[in-house]
Write a protein that binds this ligand. Structure first.
Ligand code: FES
Length: 182
């Protein structure tokens, strides 16, 4: 009788070698998405593993977006936002940073390597940085292999633990606020 265990090992090894990660990239419309657009129009080549989803601001990224991506087959999630101080909605990227830190802890508790979730500040003119980050993340996740942990698809409670609604705008009051770097 042939040794099936050796065959199975070879099949698993071949699969690992063929593995190409699926990376969901949630990019802010005003900066990282534009950097991806610039990379495209400049004919820069970067990892095709990255599938871009445009959001208006990194602060718009609900923790459920990330959890659902993992639950539905993403091997990695990349969040891209404007540099600190440059968010078009004042402090959306600070909110994104707080959520990112919490989400990394949550995914680790589910057995997902924290490197599978990455946050980068990339402005509209930084197409080369976008290319570098996309290539790096694809390589990192390729070396981690496919996502093995099972992430539940059910609703994920708001991980931000903060008031979601921005304060009402007071006519005549400046929209620019001092924001402490967390
Ligand atoms: S508008 Fe880009 S992070 Fe808020």
């Amino acid at each position: 009788m042939p040794d099936m265990s050796t065959d199975t090992t070879h099949v698993a090894e071949a699969r690992e070698e063929e593995f190409e990660p699926r990376i969901v990239a949630l990019f802010c419309n005003w900066c990282t998405y534009m950097a991806a657009d610039l990379a495209g129009t400049s004919r820069m080549r970067y990892a095709p593993n990255v599938r871009v989803v445009r959001v208006m601001c990194s602060g718009r990224i609900d923790p459920q977006f990330v959890m659902h991506a993992f639950a539905r087959g993403a091997d990695g999630v990349l969040i891209g936002g404007c540099h600190p101080g440059d968010c078009h909605y004042q402090e959306g990227n600070y909110k994104a940073l707080r959520r990112f830190r919490l989400l990394r802890r949550v995914i680790e508790s589910l057995g997902v390597e924290k490197e599978r979730l990455r946050l980068e500040w990339i402005s509209a003119s930084e197409a080369d940085q976008l290319r570098k980050v996309a290539d790096e993340m694809a390589a990192d996740i390729r070396s981690l292999g496919p996502l093995r942990a099972r992430v539940p698809a059910e609703d994920f409670p708001d991980a931000a633990g903060e008031g979601e609604e921005p304060p009402p705008e007071i006519p005549g009051e400046s929209r620019v606020k001092e924001v402490a770097i967390p």
